[in-house]
Ligand binder design. Structure first.
Ligand code: FAD
Length: 538
């Protein structure tokens, strides 16, 4: 499968393996990390962002790909749209069928509320389902929520909102056991002790996993729980606009992807759990994200008056697949490095400690392939770095890869690559939205009766999330949002359905001279080539 030049490079990698196994690379100092980030991390690339011209976070910088959506008109014409008919009425409307949405629905239903969960695709078609490596939680005797707190803040470059981190780490042990009670099967020692490993930036072995399909295991369990409860679910019906009465949220408009009709939902409280935005392909990066990850929640809530935070920081996962091209950008879990695989350049040399935080790791990889010109060239001309996966078998014994990384092993086996015998080629890929909508530790927003949970929110992880803290965050804050929205709904009288906020936003856009043909949310990415687009428009 590998080309001749790639095979030559692999020979060098194999030759250095015995020495590399003994080699110690120290962690970078704070100054070295900052310098590396400023020179090579895509967030720092000049000209890649712009300040928003409109809305509640006017002046904040964000990548052009996001700014194009925030500075866009609604898919709905608020002057003409008919809101006289209410198609669905509920206590709590949950928007998004991933880990945050499912957790929120369960807790809202437990609080006694009528719950309607709506999703863009099917329940469980979500980034949560794709998560591989694990979920953090301080439940070992040598660990504590305080230790976990310090790691999260350090990883986030000290920008994190303290009250949100506090909620994250304090709830974590309870979340691990709640998931287990629902049916999640974690990896365990024969005596029943949880198996835990390190992730980049963790001071304790705190990563709990279900092989390398932890998110799949969690999503399957939560989905079953939603289906087993009296929770109504509508699939293939993304939210396209919120409904606001003064400063209160009163529901949302959905778009039925099948019938192409709009649907009006009136709700006492609403929870946005629409996840991330990898499919925006910031700076042309490939992505690990699922097809529906187009950042809709923040874009729609921003129009309604919710502020955003840290949307100038994107997490590029250091190890996305760079070869074969069919899986370009797909995730190679950090667990591969946690288990001992090393990053090696074209000459067979290491150049960074493998468990630096992801931002630093990605910047080091980009430097190796650009300025230092030590990348391995693929047949398409792309450059990548070797991940010396066979080293895992050397360190942990034969069969360790198939046992700990069965999904990853199969992903490469489909292309006749045996990652237990040959290294795999990787390069950074767009993975996670570090920022999002501003919330407090009850998941409340600036708009009354509107809550946000999961990747759509920002502040928890500062400017860089550590591995395993997102699966944790979506359940911690999903549950908090569900419980609080469910309780609040008991005292809310259903409000009027209006689109006044959209009219006002359109006015602001017009005054700023924004092209009226720019519309958002995009709902699904458009991968048609330019000439096909033109042909189809004719
Ligand atoms: C490949 C991969 C591996 C990962 N591995 C890990 C890991 O090991 N550990 C970890 O902690 N984190 C990991 N992450 C990150 C983590 O999985 C996600 O950040 C997290 O699961 C997001 O959960 P969520 O519920 O906020 O969003 P999602 O799980 O993405 O769910 C969002 C839901 O909202 C729906 N939706 C979107 N727009 C709309 C709309 N307009 N209307 C209605 N519905 C909408 C989507 O279809 C989806 O159902 C990984 C992510 C990926 C992509």
């Amino acid at each position: 499968m590998y080309t001749e030049s790639m095979k030559e490079s692999i020979k060098k990698l194999e030759a250095t393996r015995p020495e590399r196994t003994k080699q110690e690379i120290p962690l970078l100092s704070a100054e070295e990390r900052q310098k590396l980030l400023e020179e090579f991390h895509p967030d720092f690339k000049k000209g890649s962002m712009r300040a928003l011209q409109v809305g509640p976070s006017k002046g904040e910088k964000t990548p052009h790909e996001f700014a194009d959506l925030f500075e866009a008109y609604s898919l709905i014409d608020p002057e003409k749209y008919d809101l006289s008919q209410i198609d669905y009425e509920t206590d709590v409307l949950v928007i998004g069928g991933g880990g945050a949405g499912a957790s929120a629905s369960i807790l809202a239903q437990e609080a006694g509320a009528r719950v309607l969960l709506v999703s863009k695709l099917r329940l469980g078609d979500a980034n949560t389902n794709m998560a591989q490596g694990g979920i953090q939680g301080a439940d070992k005797p040598n660990d504590s929520p305080v230790q976990h707190y310090l790691d999260v803040i350090g990883g986030g470059r000290l920008f994190n909102i303290p009250e949100l981190v506090r909620a994250l780490v304090i709830d974590a042990p309870e979340i691990l056991s709640w998931l287990e009670q629902l049916g999640v099967m974690y990896d365990k020692e024969p005596d029943g002790t949880m198996i835990t490993i390190h992730g980049g930036g963790t001071s304790r072995k705190r990563m709990h996993s279900a092989r390398d399909y932890t998110g799949g295991e969690i999503m399957k369990t939560l989905r079953d729980e939603v289906n087993n409860r009296p929770i109504d679910v509508i699939e293939f019906s993304p939210m396209v606009e919120l409904l606001i009465d003064g400063k209160k949220c009163t529901g949302a408009i959905l778009y039925n992807l099948e019938t192409k009709e709009y649907v009006n939902v009136r709700a006492k409280t609403t929870i946005i759990a629409t996840g991330g935005s990898g499919r925006l392909h910031v700076q042309g990066f490939p992505t690990t994200n699922h097809y529906g990850a187009t950042g809709d929640g923040p874009v729609i809530a921003y129009r309604a008056g919710c502020k955003i935070i840290f949307l100038d920081t994107i997490q590029y996962h250091p190890t996305g697949a760079a070869f074969p091209e069919q899986i370009l950008g797909q995730l190679v879990t950090e667990k591969v490095r946690s288990l001992g695989a090393q990053l090696v350049n074209v000459e067979g040399n290491r150049f960074v400690y493998e468990l630096e935080t992801r931002d630093v790791e990605a910047a080091a990889l980009i430097r190796e392939c650009t300025k230092r010109e030590k990348g391995v060239v693929t047949p398409s001309g792309m450059k990548g770095i070797w991940l010396d996966s066979p080293l895992i078998e050397t360190l942990k014994g034969e069969g360790a890869i198939k046992k700990n990384l069965p999904a990853m092993y199969r992903q490469y086996e489909r292309f006749n690559l045996d990652m237990s015998k040959e290294p795999i080629l990787i390069y950074p890929t767009q993975h996670y939205q570090n920022g999002g909508l501003v919330i407090n530790d009850r998941c409340e927003t600036e708009i009354e009766n509107l809550y946000v949970a999961g990747e759509a929110s920002g502040g928890i992880h500062g400017r860089n999330r550590l591995m395993g803290n997102s699966l944790l965050d979506v359940v911690v804050f999903g549950r908090r949002a569900g419980r609080n929205a469910g309780e609040k709904a008991k005292s809310v009288t259903p409000g009027r359905l209006t689109l006044e906020h959209v009219k006002n936003y359109h006015r602001e856009l017009k005054e700023a001279g924004i092209d009226p043909s720019r519309k958002a949310p995009v709902l699904l990415p458009d991968y048609r080539r330019e000439e096909i687009r033109k042909k189809q428009a004719m």
